[in-house]
Every structure is written in structure tokens, then in C-alpha cells.
Design a protein around this ligand. Structure first.
Ligand SMILES: [Fe+2]
Length: 258
């Protein structure tokens, strides 16, 4: 069994007349800003506490395809850290709601603490509900090595992995979103797109990607992982982990909406 926990399906996602396009697109675009990094958002002793919290949390998902262990940051395991985390995000991005995940008692989950052994390919974390006004996402590395590559290119559909691999695309289905799983699409490449991706950046950071799958993409920002820093960027940005991993990477990914 791949899932040790399955999220409840939100009723409004299974309505017959669900939207096929993002509803609050103007507001989403109005709220966009450049990716930025808050250096040392968490001190080294707070990073140590975040590691301890991660040890205590139950496993949510063991994704064998991505060789990743994901844990939900459920409130109540370390109330001091819960408060620090929510307060500091609010301080940076203003009013927001935590997206997607709820604990069994209905309380907000603060994000996913993910331990990945393989680099994640190009995707968006745009959620599973086109009614949602997606906002910022944050990433806090807990381990020191590697990068996250943010592309200039954006996408406003549901959470999607972008690939030109026919064997992957065949696995796509609208039903994927009902299990809070990502769709698969080649919609990131415009038809007739001929602009080749920068071969130097490909070699240095994205060797796990087929360079043809990056056609027409341009890099907006490369985030160098340093424990306790926080990367903040719009959820509409396509992004990927870099191919530079030493054994594994652990980071906290948090998804916000308005
Ligand atoms: Fe992501």
C-alpha cells in the first residue's frame, strides 16, 4: 500500500459542474511577485527543533515513484514551533490560509516535510481546486546541499507534472486530482516552440530532465539550499529540484491560498 493516510475528498471538488479554468485568475495575478529568500528565518537551534519535530510526526505518504517520504506538519507536537512558523510566514506574506491539507481533527496542516532521494522533475504545486485563489508557497531546507530551480514560466491549472514522455502522459487522468495527486501534462511547451533550454544550466542543475522537456522554459531564480532560510514564490511558477543531491534532501514545503 503506497498510502498510509488518504486525504478526504472535498465535496466541492466532485460536484458535476466543477470549473475547467481557474476562477479568481485576476486576483491571483495581482498578488504575484518575484521569488525571494528570507535568510536565516530560523536559527540553527530552531532548525534542530524542526528536525526533532520531523522525527516525531507520523508518515503521511511514502511515494515509491519519487522515493520520497512525506510527513504532514500536524499542529500540537511542538506548540512553540507551530506559533513561530505561522507568525513568521504571516509577517512575510500578509494574510493567507493554509491550503489543501487538513488533519483528522480539521485543523490546518502547516505543510509537508519531505525527504527526497531523487530530484523532483518540473511541476507546479497549484493545488487541486480551481476555485481556490492560490497565493505563495514557501520552502524551508532542513539539509544543506542542492538547489530548487524556479522558471519564469507559469501555469494556473491544477497541480501538474510537466513531461513530454508519452509513457508518463498516458498515466494522466482528471481523477488523479480527486486523490490529491498531480496530473501529467505537456502543456508547458507551446506548439511549435523551438527555443532550446540553456545547455549550461541544464548540465549544472537539471541533468535529471530531458533538455527537450525544458524547451521554451527560462530560469527566473535558483535557490541554494541552506538550512533555516525560507524561499517564498508564487504557486503558479513551474519549478524543479536540481539534480544535485547528496543521498537525500529534507525540506518543509507549505502551500498558501487567499
Ligand atoms: Fe514543488
Amino acid at each position: 500500500m503506497e498510502y498510509t493516510h488518504s486525504e478526504t475528498i472535498k465535496k466541492d471538488q466532485v460536484k458535476e459542474n466543477k470549473p475547467t479554468e481557474r476562477i479568481h485568475i485576476e486576483t491571483i495575478i495581482k498578488n504575484q511577485s518575484k521569488p525571494r529568500v528570507v535568510k536565516k528565518m530560523f536559527s540553527s537551534s530552531e532548525v534542530a527543533e524542526l528536525h526533532e519535530l520531523n522525527e516525531k510526526l507520523p508518515i503521511t505518504i511514502h511515494n515509491k515513484e519519487q522515493n520520497a517520504i512525506k510527513k504532514r506538519w500536524i499542529q500540537g507536537y511542538n506548540e512553540k514551533l507551530d506559533k513561530i512558523f505561522a507568525d513568521r510566514i504571516k509577517n512575510e506574506v500578509g494574510d493567507f490560509k493554509f491550503d489543501t491539507l487538513k488533519a483528522e481533527d480539521g485543523s490546518d496542516v502547516f505543510g509537508l516535510i519531505q525527504k527526497c532521494h531523487l530530484p523532483l522533475p518540473t511541476h507546479t504545486d497549484t493545488g487541486f481546486n480551481l476555485n481556490d485563489t492560490i497565493y505563495k508557497q514557501t520552502l524551508v531546507p532542513l539539509t544543506p546541499y542542492g538547489q530548487t530551480v524556479i522558471f519564469k514560466n507559469r501555469f494556473y491549472g491544477v497541480a501538474t507534472f510537466f513531461t513530454i514522455d508519452e509513457n508518463e502522459l498516458i498515466k494522466d487522468s482528471p481523477n488523479l486530482t480527486l486523490n490529491e495527486r498531480c496530473r501529467k501534462s505537456s502543456a508547458h511547451i507551446k506548439s511549435g516552440e523551438t527555443k532550446k533550454f540553456d545547455p549550461e544550466i541544464h548540465k549544472k542543475y537539471l541533468a535529471h530532465e530531458d533538455i527537450n522537456n525544458l524547451r521554451g522554459l527560462e530560469v527566473e531564480f535558483i535557490f541554494d539550499w541552506s538550512p533555516g532560510d525560507m524561499l517564498i514564490f508564487d504557486r503558479s511558477h513551474l519549478h524543479a529540484a536540481s539534480s544535485n543531491i547528496k543521498n537525500f534532501k529534507t525540506g518543509i514545503a507549505t502551500f498558501l491560498k487567499k
